[in-house]
Write a new protein. Structure first.
Length: 392
């Protein structure tokens, strides 16, 4: 009988038939979410037989929610995620106008999902790298602070003028800030930084990642990003972690070129919000793009897994796009539940399918651009079927 996942202190109590809420997503969500559910169900049955099964529970967010309820993010959906502890979602649109900047950011902040986790590895897609197989890195991006806090004021607004006046009173010269400047606030705090770094270091120990790199721009922003680095090192000195991991740091711009030129030296990258956003997308580009990149947003007792790409509305309902990002995010979900064998089933199946040069239009286009032939182009639903067949 389906049951809710429970928490016992910091540990999950996962039944054999857990209820997992899902948000279909906007745009191509109508294509990739059914594909994901079919692949996950097949992987669980292939791995565990009838012993384990997921009961999927749809909840509303985005355009579908707005059509049915008049709200883009109903409180009932957030409450369901809280009650069921673990969920997954397709891509969500950001409504034009209104008070919500981004539904994705709102979910992370309201549920305090403070660490965004982005594993990046190569499964066989076309790549601009000479050795994409060397790229196997997990990026931990802080989710609740930095410029994503959304505290900013328009040029020449009363609020911006008030802040500029305060800065001038504090001795900031007019050579550094113009009277008509727009103003944004970049909060980075010790408490939120340390809990994020602590989660990353625990992940590193659990997943046998040897090196953790703190990515920052502390040479310029000394009291925000520089402090992020210092607080990160303080966590590394806690008894739980001291002497067990190689913790280092890199300046943000240097980190980008290092990931290209010394790829296999990096196991994990831990970053503030904006840096983590940049580096995770850049890393995904090395293994085939965001269509091949999974993601999760994890807090103390909640986790929401997600496709890392956008809604691509012009492709919606055409059964054409690549569902791999959401499928790989679901594999992360299976690992989070303590079902790593089913996750490995998905990983192996994806590697097998891509090795046969079978994929959706974007994957085939990439291989063709690299000069390959004997390619098989599939629809989104057909690609899901191929993954299921290659689990055998």
């Amino acid at each position: 009988m389906p049951e809710r996942i429970q928490t016992d202190q910091d540990r999950l109590k996962v039944p054999d038939h857990p209820i997992i809420p899902f948000i279909e997503g906007d745009g191509i969500g109508v294509d990739i979410t059914p594909a994901m559910i079919k692949v996950v169900n097949a992987a669980v049955e292939h791995t565990y037989g009838k012993k384990r099964k997921i009961e999927w529970k749809e909840i509303l967010a985005g355009e579908k929610a707005h059509r049915q309820t008049g709200e883009y993010l109903p409180e009932a959906s957030l409450e369901t995620l809280r009650e069921h502890v673990v969920g997954i979602k397709g891509p969500l649109t950001t409504p034009v106008g209104g008070g919500i900047r981004s539904l994705n950011v709102t979910i992370r902040q309201v549920l305090d999902l403070y660490s965004c986790v982005r594993p990046v590895r190569w499964y066989g897609s076309a790549s601009p790298l000479k050795h994409p197989e060397k790229l196997d890195v997990v990026i931990f991006r802080e989710n609740t602070e930095d410029v994503y806090a959304g505290v900013e004021y328009e040029s020449s607004s009363a609020e911006a003028k008030k802040i500029i006046s305060l800065l001038l009173d504090l001795g900031v010269g007019t050579d550094k800030i113009s009277a008509d400047a727009a103003v944004g606030i970049k909060p980075i705090s010790p408490g939120r930084t340390k809990r994020h770094v602590r989660k990353a270091l625990r992940w590193a120990l659990e997943k046998d990642r040897k090196t953790v790199t703190l990515m920052h721009k502390g040479n310029i922003m000394k009291f925000t990003e520089g402090a992020f680095m210092r607080w990160g090192y303080q966590v590394a000195e806690e008894p739980e972690f001291k002497g067990k991991l190689n913790v280092n740091d890199r300046i943000a711009d240097n980190m980008f070129q290092q990931l290209l030129t010394r790829t296999d030296e990096y196991d994990m990258i831990v970053a503030p919000n904006l840096n983590g956003d940049y580096i995770s997308d850049a890393a995904a580009g090395g293994v085939g793009g965001l269509g091949m990149a999974p993601g999760a947003n994890i807090g103390d007792h909640l986790a929401v897994f997600e496709a890392t790409h956008g809604t691509a509305p012009k492709y919606a309902g055409r059964d054409q796009v690549n569902p791999s990002s959401l499928i790989l995010s679901a594999a992360m979900l299976l690992e989070y539940l303590g079902w790593p064998e089913a996750a490995k089933t998905i990983h192996r199946s994806l590697e097998t399918t891509l090795s046969r040069r079978t994929g959706t239009y974007d994957l085939v286009r990439g291989w063709r651009n690299e000069g390959e032939s004997n390619l098989t182009e599939l629809k989104c639903s057909e690609f899901a079927e191929a993954l299921m067949e290659n689990m055998q």
